[in-house]
Design a binder for this molecule. Sequence first.
Ligand code: ADP
Ligand code: MG
Length: 303
Amino acid sequence: MNTIWAIGGGKGGIGKSFISSSLAICLTRMGKSVTLIDLDLGSANLHTCLGIKIPNQTLSDFVSGRTHSLADVTTVTEIPGLNFISGFNDALNIADLNRDAKNRLIHGLRSLPTPYVILDLGAGTSENTLDFFLAADQKVVAVTPEPTSIENAYRFMKASYYRKLREAESELGIQSLIEAAMDSRNNLGIKSPADLVRYIHQTNPEAGLRLSNKISDFSIQLLLNQVRTRQDIELGHSMKSVCKKYFGIEANYLGYIDHDNAVWQSLRKRRPMVIEYPYSSIVGQFLQISKNLLNPAALRAVI
Ligand SMILES: Nc1ncnc2c1ncn2[C@@H]1O[C@H](COP(=O)(O)OP(=O)(O)O)[C@@H](O)[C@H]1O
Ligand SMILES: [Mg+2]
């Protein structure tokens, strides 16, 4: 089975597509084959980050059932080892994907022939976006050192964690507790996912234990983009502690990427940064982050 990395973050314009495409090309530079998928349905533009035209067939052909295999909508790019699946279709929105189509797509991702699959997610916290994020082996949350991005990153992590808890609810019979917790006016003292898990442990220790087992694989990789100062770099550490303390979410600080004007310059030339400036410090940072993601055991001690 292949390994799936998802790049989310809740906010648009923070560099998710730039990061997804750069990590994918870095992996190919390390001799790995990758399929890069644009799941930002509605505003798909990953092809531009790769500097290629919109392929004739896109995910909408698969989702609508016009083609039955993801192989039919896969483009073999000129970058050796890199396959690409475009999400381009102005009329298709991620929220429109019905449950069947989503499940078919998630199943299809696992059957792709490349050992690595990278998902470029859209902004927002729609259920479908959260489900693709949760389906990934490595759940990367991109954030920039700006209050709006930080706020959306927390919101995204919290929403995905609640979604993960919801997966467990019917099995464990805790629907009503989750409903109560999601209501911000609940009088159970539940303000965060961590409070909820604690509460379930107290009220029903057996369900609490099973819940903890079920959510034990939920771990976030924080990636700070557009870093300009030493203080910006520190933000990754403080976000990691906040995740643990207030949300009960395990997060690792995966690494950071500098802010660099060369990013938009290469975008404007439609030449991926990793190819245009292979010896830049940003590309060095991406290579290091790729190595960290390839070696999950080393992740805790990254920075
Ligand atoms: N590290 C960076 N340094 C400078 N500009 C960046 C950096 N990362 C992203 N950008 C700029 O941010 C913009 C949005 O990036 P994009 O990848 O499209 O974001 P998203 O996919 O999250 O919407 C792009 O125009 C890109 O030039
Ligand atoms: Mg994007």
